[in-house]
Design a protein around this ligand. Structure first.
Ligand code: NAD
Length: 407
């Protein structure tokens, strides 16, 4: 029997993306799977039900998409009602907010549902790059941040030499030059602005300069942490950073911030004082804006705030969703890569919890939380290193050995 993959319509009102597009639908079907799409799931990404049907999918109601699937693909963690409808042995795959809501993963573990959460993917393993939703969606968000900033800015981004006079180019400062920051730099550069980039990871200098931007060297001595990420700064380093950035901020017209540290609140880089000292017309875009706070004092997720000194602060919590079609196309490719890696050559579901990619990506399988970061968040003892989580076949072998012993 072929594996059934479903994509659900997202439940959050601001979410426009869909986890599987018609192209990936075709590819999954070609690989021998069956694809069910919840009615209307792709409409906000401009993939209508007909386009899925033409690709070979069945368009079904939510109940059918949930009950018949072996693998349920989503963008975001679904509601409790949806999670409760999942059955033992089913797999759910998406940005499940596993580290923010670890209790939901425990809930799924208790139901023996397998949960694969893209936030947990070990991104530095080269095999995992095609599965890297954080990179694909950050790249979209960085692009959109530059466009949103240019739209909110009251002057040109490029230098304009006209018969009526010359307009100076905008000066754009990008704080945090990871995946989103580099895409924001590239996009603002293509729009003709003068760009500076700043990061605490020394490795980012070459990447910023290769895009034709100026790299502002940080006084923080080696802010690199593990896995290619930044480390959390000490309170003294944070204060020194805020001070050194104040001058740069006052000197720029547009400030785009993207700084994140996994497992921590986003670092505050632009203080209230820096906001108060900004020139009228300054545009701040905070891609790290969240309910936990952001990189910019006063930023609010998904809101635009005008300050008394006429600066604009845009909280960009959900920019990837604004480019719903492209973002879904890339997300779907990441989903397809994960599915390809968890289906064996005979077309059966075969997640190996000892595999270096799946031991990270998998929040829970066979009733056990197996991701080490998640176990830590749930205050569970680490799994013994030489005795990784048992898979179903081990369990069956154990049971059969026990029943043989009882005979
Ligand atoms: P992220 O979203 O966690 O953070 C964004 C940026 O903010 C990072 O560049 C980080 O260094 C920076 N930052 C954090 N705190 C800061 C502070 N106090 N001051 C200044 N900057 C700060 O990171 P990301 O963009 O997802 O990825 C970070 C890096 O990891 C990138 O270089 C990326 O290329 C690399 N990466 C590598 C792989 C791989 O090897 N396959 C995969 C994914 C990411």
């Amino acid at each position: 029997m072929s594996i059934v993959v479903s994509a659900l319509k997202e439940e959050q009102p601001h979410e426009k993306r869909v986890a599987i597009d018609p192209d990936v639908t075709k590819r999954l079907i070609k690989a021998g799977m069956k694809v069910l799409i919840e009615k209307g799931a792709g409409v906000a990404s401009y993939y209508n039900d007909d386009s899925y049907q033409q690709a070979g999918a069945e368009v079904v109601d939510r109940k059918t998409a949930l009950s018949q699937a072996n693998i349920v693909a989503v963008i975001n963690l679904p509601s409790d009602e949806t999670l409760n409808a999942l059955k033992p042995g089913q797999v759910i795959l998406g940005l499940l907010s596993s580290l923010i809501k670890p209790e939901k993963m425990q809930q799924l573990a208790d139901k023996k549902v397998t949960a694969l959460s893209f936030e947990l993917l070990p991104r530095t393993i080269s095999r995992a790059q095609t599965m890297d939703v954080l990179s694909s969606q950050s790249s979209v968000a960085g692009y959109k941040a530059a466009l949103v900033a240019s739209d909110a800015y009251s002057k040109y981004f490029p230098m304009m030499i006209t018969a009526a006079g010359t307009v100076k180019p905008a000066k754009v400062l990008v704080l945090g030059t990871g995946v989103a920051g580099l895409q924001a730099i590239g996009t603002a550069k293509r729009l003709g602005a003068i760009i500076s980039g700043y990061d605490v990871r020394p490795a980012s200098k070459g990447e910023v300069e290769s895009l034709g931007a100026n790299f502002l060297t940080s006084s923080v001595s080696n802010g690199a942490g593990s896995g290619g990420y930044a480390r959390a700064l000490t309170p003294e380093e944070t204060a020194a950073q805020q001070k050194e950035l104040a001058g740069f901020i006052a000197d720029n017209d547009v400030i785009i911030t993207t700084a994140q540290v996994p497992g921590h609140k986003p670092p505050l880089m632009v203080t209230q004082e820096s906001v108060d000292n900004a020139k009228p017309g300054t545009v701040f875009v905070d891609l790290a804006a969240s309910d936990l706070g952001g990189n910019i004092a006063g930023s609010k997720p998904d809101e635009t705030v005008t300050t008394p000194n006429q600066a604009t602060i845009i909280g960009g919590n959900n920019f990837a969703s604004e480019l719903s079609n492209s973002a879904s196309q890339l997300f779907a490719k990441n989903v397809q890569s994960v599915i390809n890696a968890m289906v064996d050559k005979d077309g059966n579901l075969a997640i190996d919890p000892k595999d270096d990619v799946f031991s990270g990506l998998t929040a829970t399988t066979n009733g056990e939380i197996i991701n080490a970061r998640l176990r830590d968040a749930l205050k569970l003892d680490p799994l013994p290193k030489d005795e990784p989580a048992k898979d179903e076949s081990d369990e069956k072998a154990d049971q059969s050995a026990k029943s043989k012993g009882a005979e």
